[in-house]
Design a protein around this ligand. Sequence first.
Ligand code: HEC
Ligand code: HEC
Length: 297
Amino acid sequence: MRRVWWIGFGVLGGLALLAAIAFGVGIWLGERKAERRVDVDAAPVSWRTDAEALARGKYLYDSRGCMECHGADGRGKVVLRDGKGLYVRSPNITAGNPQVAEYEPVDWVLAIRHGVSPTGRPLLIMPSEDYNQLSDDDLSALVGYIRSLPALPGGSGEVQLPSLVWAMYGYGMIRDAAAKIDHTLPPPAPQPPAATASYGAYVANSCIGCHGANLAGGKIPGAPPDWPPAADLRPGAAMSRYDTAERFVSMMRSGRRPDGSEVSRVMPFDTLSRMSDTDLTALWLHLRELPLTQASR
Ligand code: HEC
Ligand code: HEC
């Protein structure tokens, strides 16, 4: 009898040791992955600073998330801090950051569309998968606007992740934007804003980092454990609450559902509420047309 116990303990101890080793290897793999070079053959997009471009650029900066993470003035700020090993500070993206001051047009394309820092390393937190399909027109307006921001002091960002997240990243359970993006996809044709489903599909690109490539929702990869899963945006799920465009627009502006309850503040309402009526209506039209798959039923 005793012998069986001892064998049992031995097996458990062996498994625990193996798990510890696997965990350590995962962290090591994750750190190496973050240091890898991503080679992308990106074409430069020159930036525009005419009045129309600056206005469009500011609108995109404010409504597509840049402002939420890099601050209204572009100086960068603490984006995430949970006191348990997660700490993310975004970089200053004004010309006051000596690195950014030297960016060539292609460096902006690499960071925004491809999730690759001009040094060739992958960006870890920035959701560039949301921005890969920005049209050249919109990208040049966005960068023109950022370049027009006053130069403020401040430097690069900082990303500290809990060991478990590093290990999951190491084993490919969480992927960075550069790994998710199809870098061979050409940018779309110019997209003039209009309250149409096809323009809505263009706007919906800025939701995929959280709601997933097919907008089916689910756990947000790498998110802190207390974040709720992102909602399934295909017909039949949460969207059944929004049978009119007005109801949808009102929720996106106020962060409240038609019954008055609050949607989790994980949804970046500061940013989303700045979307124009045209963009929100187009989004609603697009979401109603999303294909249903069996998984959502
Ligand atoms: C969820 C937060 C978030 C959003 C949204 C976001 N960024 Fe970032 N950005 C970051 C963080 C954090 C970094 C630092 C690198 C990383 O992600 O590991 C960064 C890095 C950058 C860099 C510098 C790349 C480098 O390391 O040299 C640029 C340029 C940039 N962001 C521009 C933008 C623009 C333009 C937008 C909007 C279209 C945007 N960001 C949206 C968080 C964000
Ligand atoms: C930073 C992550 C994030 C981004 C970006 C984001 N969402 Fe969400 N969204 C969430 C989470 C998390 C929930 C679930 C909230 C809850 O359960 O309270 C949610 C819920 C929703 C809901 C359901 C609301 C309800 O009635 O419960 C809708 C609709 C929605 N999002 C639409 C969008 C659209 C459209 C975009 C892009 C324009 C977007 N979201 C961008 C994280 C995000």
